[in-house]
Design a protein around this ligand. Structure first.
Ligand SMILES: [Zn+2]
Length: 474
């Protein structure tokens, strides 16, 4: 049954609440990640429902998940909202199903009824999340969100755009704005009979709101509004080309040194017993923005002998894991693998790329694929340059992983010049000796560690830090 749409009326009973609601809507439009409503549980739930149904930007794929009763509303606006009752499903089931449709924003009325790790994944995979919680403080809400992934508290604080405190009468008491680095600043509060709003927010003072002068340096710099996003005809993603140098570092490509848990030594193949080759080690705390924030060292090793099983992350010739601290370990001398310009990744060169036609179809984007699809080279983020069609890994719940790093074989340039005959002197002039060099616009550091024409993919789930490995050959 379609329920009558609730409104923001309850939150607009006086000029004070109108001013606060205006601030919330303003910050919601410029938000990208997490908007929290905390305090009195039933009030926060009603507030999230009202915000979702009156979401200030129309051109947004939006979904609302309510916990009691369990139901989902697609499209936030009264005129085109679709309500689906789902009494047999859990709220987490609905969020999982929604993530497969990749909406821009998801509202969940109650943190306490959902899987916190799944909610973190929602934010870390680029979906704006509006979330209600009956916790008394922002710190308590963050602790509840990190219940399944301890250690992420700092990263979660850094993705809070806005936190709204509500009282038992359904009134907004306080608004806190995140600075993107883990800090929260109070931008509005009810103070006795008046409301104090940070004037830098530009809220209309005709509402009878007391506006203290704001220091110039505190003026917030808003991200582009959601409503100004281009129509979702394509799905460009940020990607980065690695630039390596032969020096120590925490993000490494093809080096003979890696950080391993104390006492564990250099990893060996579980099939042939030989040393594995380090393809990549990525410091997840230093990924370039806007890659999700995380922590630990993601590592991918494979057996370079050519005869051992390398199918996926569980194979005997593959080691794919996140290491939280350890000691530098050198590879044994017996390890032999050709790497062009191995070393620390000292720079990430950013670019944006569009997916393949297959991924566009998967996303339901009826559009022509971009002239230039995903780059077939070593890169961070972006889209996989599939050789044999889609092969996104899924977890047990059916949630897809994201691309963390891609490695592509082949396409190695040979520098140097050939020997030449000089007619004038009738002598052979020796050329510069050839050396394999990287194409700076399409670097491929490993000429032939798998088949000499393969593309390998290291996938991850940012919230859980789970890794997956796949590779395809052309
Ligand atoms: Zn092996």
């Amino acid at each position: 049954m379609r329920q009558p749409l609730e409104s923001l009326d309850a939150f607009l009973e006086g000029p004070h609440q109108r001013a606060l609601t205006q601030v919330v809507r303003k910050l919601l439009v410029s938000g990208r990640f997490l908007t929290l409503a905390f305090g009195h549980g039933p009030s926060t739930e009603r507030f999230i429902v009202a915000l979702a149904r009156h979401f200030p930007a129309r051109q947004v794929n939006f979904a609302l998940v309510e916990v009691e009763p369990v139901r989902v509303t697609m499209g936030p606006h009264e005129t085109d909202a679709r309500v689906i009752d789902a009494p047999d499903r859990t709220p987490s089931d609905l969020v999982r199903a929604l993530l497969r449709q990749d909406p821009d924003a998801i509202a969940v009325t109650r943190l306490e009824g959902a899987d916190p790790t799944l909610l973190l994944n929602t934010v870390f995979t680029g979906h704006q999340l509006l979330l209600g919680t009956a916790t008394e403080s922002v710190d308590a809400a963050v602790a509840a969100l990190c219940a399944g992934s301890p250690g992420l508290e700092g990263q979660v604080l850094a993705v809070i755009d806005l936190a709204c405190e509500l009282d038992g009468a359904g009134r907004l008491r306080r608004l806190l704005k995140g600075d993107g680095k883990g800090g929260l600043r109070e931008v509005a509060r009810v103070d006795g009979a008046s409301v104090v709003v940070d004037s830098a927010l530009g809220v209309d003072s005709a509402l009878g709101v007391e506006v203290p002068p704001a220091p110039v340096a505190a003026a917030p710099r808003f991200a582009p509004a959601l409503s100004s996003r281009p129509a979702p005809t394509r799905a460009p993603r940020p990607a980065f080309l690695p630039v390596t140098r032969a020096e120590p570092g925490t993000s490494l490509l093809g080096t003979r040194t890696a950080v391993r848990p104390a006492g564990s030594g250099w990893p060996t193949c579980r099939e042939c017993g030989g040393p594995l080759a380090l393809l990549v080690q990525l410091d997840l705390s230093k990924l370039p923005a806007p890659m999700p924030a995380s922590h630990g060292l993601a590592q991918l090793f494979v057996c370079p002998t050519g005869g051992c099983e390398l199918t996926d992350e569980r194979s005997s010739g593959v080691l794919c894991e996140v290491v939280d601290g350890g000691v530098p370990v050198d590879a044994p001398a017996a390890l032999s693998v050709e790497v062009i310009e191995p070393g620390a990744i000292v720079e990430w060169q950013p670019f944006a790329e569009d997916p393949t036609a297959d991924d566009l179809t998967r996303l339901g984007l009826a559009t022509e694929p971009a002239d230039e699809g995903p780059l077939r080279c070593d890169k961070l983020g972006g889209w996989p340059s599939w050789e044999q069609g889609l092969e996104w890994p899924l977890d047990e719940a059916g949630l897809p992983f994201e691309l963390l790093f891609q490695l592509a074989e082949g396409a190695v340039l040979t520098g140097g010049t050939p020997d030449r005959w000089d007619d004038a002197t009738a002598t052979l002039v020796p050329g510069a000796s050839p050396a394999r060099v990287l194409d700076p616009n399409s670097p491929c550091h490993f000429p032939s560690v798998l088949t000499a024409e393969a593309v390998a993919f290291l996938f991850w789930q940012p919230g859980t830090r789970r890794l997956a490995f796949r590779w395809q050959t052309g």
